[in-house]
Design a binder for this molecule. Structure first.
Ligand code: FE
Ligand code: FE
Ligand code: ZN
Length: 279
């Protein structure tokens, strides 16, 4: 069965997210580990986690994606910016061990003028400090739109980060359909070729999750403005091809479209009704 869900608010805890997922027929979801604007995370409620894990099993929720605050920048120019990224990731990873097997997705960062090479070095340096040999969490680099000085808009850049991380057995990649499209990868006209390129440069075995979004902008725009499914330049047909692609259909798909819960529910229904059974 298709694993599809959406970004949910974590403010009421994990059990509440599972209940919300059930309402919209989602069997996976994504959440921010803390207020994306930064700041301290709430203490984890062990009672809530216990109840959640039971409910997740009942609902067939196998994989969920924790998203680091998008303000985190592991390759910022200022030391205190990188320090915040390091401390946040360290703390998030410690907390996520209570939810074994969760993916931890983050934006590699923006090099803000230092250059892509220096950005890559700083990101890998941060990862080398936060990854632990025995952790159960897989950390995902998100493919970026290449807006401004973002690192990770090219598959080659993600490859370079992975190559520099010692414990990269704990690393994977999350492909955001809006971001790769904005980055110039034509998933509408040439999905197979894009996936071949991904496989050649990064390896499809590294691909662990998909952010399923339409884009408000044309191919290569480097803007990163998500659109609802079918309301952007990628279109519903191309996104159906993504979801049903033999190389991708086993992955968790997370919608990050501008929607309220009802809209997410409709999008999930759209993809579920058109899931192609593999022979
Ligand atoms: Fe993201
Ligand atoms: Fe995303
Ligand atoms: Zn985005």
């Amino acid at each position: 069965m298709l694993k599809i869900g959406c970004h949910l608010s974590s403010s009421k805890g994990f059990l509440a997210m599972a209940r919300t997922a059930e309402k919209i027929n989602a069997n996976t979801f994504q959440f921010f580990t803390r207020n994306p604007r930064g700041g301290k995370a709430k203490a984890l409620d062990q009672e809530d986690i216990r109840a959640y894990l039971k409910e997740a099993e009942r609902l067939g929720i196998e994989k969920i994606v924790a998203h680091a605050p998008y303000t985190l920048n592991a390759c910022g120019a200022e030391g205190r910016v990188r320090e915040f990224a390091l401390e946040t990731m360290e703390d998030d990873l410690k907390r996520l061990e209570y939810l074994p097997g969760t993916y931890y997705n983050f934006h590699p960062g923006s090099h803000v003028g230092q250059g892509t090479e220096e950005g890559i070095r700083l990101i890998a340096d941060t990862l080398n400090q936060v990854l632990k040999p025995d952790q159960s969490t897989i950390v995902l680099l998100e493919t970026m739109a290449g807006k401004g000085s973002e690192v990770g808009g090219r598959f080659e850049e993600l490859r370079e980060i992975l190559d520099r991380v010692e414990l990269n057995r704990h690393m994977g990649v999350c492909l955001d359909t809006c971001h790769v499209w904005d980055g110039g990868y034509d998933i509408v006209g040439h999905l197979d070729q894009v996936l071949e390129e991904f496989d050649r440069i990064i390896g499809l075995d590294r691909l662990k999750a998909i952010h399923l979004n339409d884009s408000q902008n044309p191919l290569g725009a480097r803007k990163d403005r998500h659109a609802r499914i079918g309301e952007g330049y990628i279109g519903a047909e191309a996104l159906l091809q993504v979801v049903n692609h033999p190389a991708l259909k086993h992955l968790p798909f997370e919608l990050e479209t501008p929607n309220e819960l009802e809209g997410y529910g409709e999008e999930i229904r759209f993809f579920r009704e058109r899931e192609q059974e593999s022979a």
